[in-house]
Write a protein that binds this ligand. Sequence first.
Ligand SMILES: Nc1ncnc2c1ncn2[C@@H]1O[C@H](COP(=O)(O)OP(=O)(O)OP(=O)(O)O)[C@@H](O)[C@H]1O
Length: 339
Amino acid sequence: MSVQAVSDVVIRVENLTKEYSYYTKEQGLSGSIHNIFYRKKLTKCAVKNISFEVKKGSIVGFVGLNGAGKTTTLKILSGLIKETSGKTEVLGYYPFHKKKDFLKRISMIMGNKSQLWWDLPAIDSFYLNKAIYEIDENLFKSRLDNMVVLLGVKDLLNIQVRRLSLGERMKMELIAALLHYPEVIFLDEPTIGLDVITQYNIRNFLKDYVEKNKATIILTSHNFNDIVSLCDSIILLNHGEIIYSNKFSSFQRDVFITKDIILKMKKPITKEIKLRLSEENNLKYVTEGENLIRVTCSNECSIDVVAYLVRNVLDEIQDLSIENPNMDDVIRSIYQREA
Ligand SMILES: Nc1ncnc2c1ncn2[C@@H]1O[C@H](COP(=O)(O)OP(=O)(O)OP(=O)(O)O)[C@@H](O)[C@H]1O
C-alpha cells in the first residue's frame, strides 16, 4: 500500500466487538423486591468482530434491519461507549479517550435525539457550541450565515426549539453539529420522519458540506433514498456482523438489480388486461387491490417494459410510476443469498 493510501484512511476498525450486559427485572412490586436479592444477568453481543476502513472524503452507508448493530458501532466510533474488544482509530485517535482535539474534529448527529436546548431558541445553542468549540467570532458568523441560507432557516433562529417542526429542528441540529466544521461526521438516521422536500434539502446540504470540506461521513438509514443519493460505499450489518461491504456502484450492480413499475389502472383489472400482460412471457407482475399492477423487472429491461406496457395497455392506464425496491426487501434478499 502506498504512503498516500495509508494517510487517506480516517477510520480504521479491526475485529471490533461490543457486548452489552444487562439485568432482567420481573414485573410488579414483588418482582422489584425479588430483584434486590436476585438479578439475572444477560449479555447481548451487538457487534461481532467487524473490521473495515473508511477513506477521507467518502460517505459510507451503514445498512441493516433493526438491532443489527449500526448505532452501537457509531457510538463506539464517536467515543460515547467503549468497545468490549478490538481496535478503533478515528483520525488517528482512540475514540473512547475523548481527547478534546478529537472531539473538536468529529460530530455525532442522531435523528431521534436532540443536542439543542429545548426551551431556548436555536441561536442560543449555536452560541454555546461556539464557546465549547472555541470558534473564532468571524468564522462563526460566516459559517452560520452560510448554513442558515442553505437550509432556509433564517427566520427561525430566534424561536424556541420546542416550537419548531421536526424538519426545522433537524436543520438546526445539523447547523449545531457542523458549526465547528468537523472532519468526520456520524449521522444516525438523519432524515427519519421528514417529508420528501426536507429530506432532499438535507441531503443536498450534506453533499455540499462533504464536497467543500473534504469531510467523511458514516450514516445509518432505513431510507434507501439517503443511501442512493449520498453514499459512495455501503456496509451491510446483520446481527452485528458485516455480511456485505462494497462500493455503492458495485452494490447497485450486485444487488440493486430490479425496478418496480406501478400501473394505476382507470378501471378494475380485467381478465383481458391480464391476458394482454401475459403475452410478454418474462413479465413478472402482481395485482394489488382492484386496480394496481406491480411489474418487477431488471434495471436494464425497465425502459423496454415501460414501452411494452404503453404499447399494450396505454388506454387503460391512469398513472404510471417507477420505484426502486424497498430497502428492507433488498436487505432480506442479501441475507437469504448469504445464508
Ligand atoms: N444499552 C444496551 N443494553 C443492552 N442491549 C442493547 C443496548 N443498546 C443496544 N442494545 C442491543 O444491541 C443490539 C444492536 O442495537 P443497535 O441500537 O446498535 O441496533 P441498530 O442497528 O442501530 O438498530 P435500529 O435500526 O433499530 O436503530 C440490539 O439487539 C439492541 O437491543
